[in-house]
Write a protein that binds this ligand. Structure first.
Ligand SMILES: Nc1ncnc2c1ncn2[C@@H]1O[C@H](COP(=O)(O)OP(=O)(O)OP(=O)(O)O)[C@@H](O)[C@H]1O
Ligand SMILES: [Mg+2]
Length: 296
């Protein structure tokens, strides 16, 4: 059964009054829906949660984002008009078939690429109009990016990898080492700080990459298939870590092919053929009958 309404429908409504500043996602689970028993959610809280995201400042606001690649003179349109708002402390999964444009969209969200057309406002700044050096600045201060392949530098130790963004931020060596080791401790890797990437497991490597993404306290944590190279148990551990990071107040957007991984998040945006096909709270998703390849 579907308790509630689509995110886009609610977003177009005017909030009637300011809502109390509670943790929005948690509050909708505080009280069970009386008709559907203790495990179901209360639709009243879906509504409060969604209206509160319209009141809260959007971290991400995309309007008619389009992206084409050009092969010679031939245009290959990939994103064909994406409208999307993500508020502070949301936890969102982007899903969709292979080739639908998820990574293209994530690269734009992460300021690794720019749209061909459309507007991207990140924390109130129009980044779609920025030059490369301004974008590099935004990337370093506002965004943490986690990749499927971890992208650690092989010659550096775990703590040196985590500290890399601090070099660009101008921190001295002692401060870099102290902060990087503290961050490794937060992701459960205090005892691996002097290991090189080839001395770490896949899950440990991804934890190092997550620590590196968080080292500058970004306002947005992005992850493109962060569990794509991991086994089931390790995937769950990494998702537990993302959930903890979200619970601490961070805004998290990740791409996944796995329904079970997406179910760790609070909202699932499905992309198909370069447009948003659906945008629903995780609790509103139709039941998935097929087991994922992870089998979680
Ligand atoms: N640099 C590029 N030049 C030309 N075409 C590209 C480029 N990058 C991506 N594409 C094309 O854009 C489309 C979308 O690619 P994208 O990587 O965003 O898909 P995706 O949804 O992330 O897929 P997957 O789930 O397989 O990772 C694909 O058809 C791809 O071939
Ligand atoms: Mg991709």
């Amino acid at each position: 059964m579907q308790c509630g309404v689509k995110v886009s429908e609610i977003r177009n409504q005017k909030p009637q009054k300011l809502l109390p500043l509670r943790h929005p996602a948690r509050s909708r689970h505080d009280e069970a829906c009386p008709q559907t028993g203790p495990k179901a959610h209360n639709p009243k809280y879906d509504r409060i949660f969604e209206i509160s995201t319209t009141v809260m400042e959007a971290v991400i606001s995309l309007t008619d984002i389009r992206k084409s690649y050009f092969l010679g003179k031939q245009e290959l349109p990939v994103l064909k008009g994406i409208d999307l708002k993500i508020a502070r402390n949301e936890y969102v999964a982007l899903m969709g078939p292979s080739g639908s444009g998820k990574s293209t969209l994530m690269n734009i969200l992460g300021c690794l690429d720019t749209p061909t057309k459309g507007q991207y406002i990140l924390n109130g700044k129009d980044v779609s109009r920025m030059e490369d050096d301004e974008l590099a600045d935004v990337r370093n201060t506002e965004i943490g990016f986690v990749f499927q392949q971890f992208n650690l530098l092989p010659r550096l130790t775990a703590w040196e990898n985590v500290a890399l963004p601090l070099i660009y931020a101008g921190a001295g060596k002692a401060e870099r080492e102290e902060r990087a080791k503290a961050m490794l401790e937060k992701v459960g890797l205090a005892d691996r700080s002097h290991h090189k990437p080839n001395e770490l497991s896949g899950g440990q490597s991804q934890r190092v990459a997550i620590a590196r993404a968080l080292i500058n306290n970004p306002s947005l944590l992005l992850a493109d298939e962060p569990t794509g190279n991991l086994d089931t148990k390790t995937s769950v551990e990494i998702m537990d870590l993302f959930s903890k990071i979200h619970d601490q107040g961070n805004t998290v957007v990740l791409v996944t092919h796995e329904e079970d991984i997406a179910n760790f998040t609070r909202r699932i945006v499905r992309i198909r053929d370069g447009v948003v096909e659906s945008d629903l709270l995780t609790s509103q998703q139709p039941a998935i009958k097929e087991k994922s390849s992870h089998g979680i």
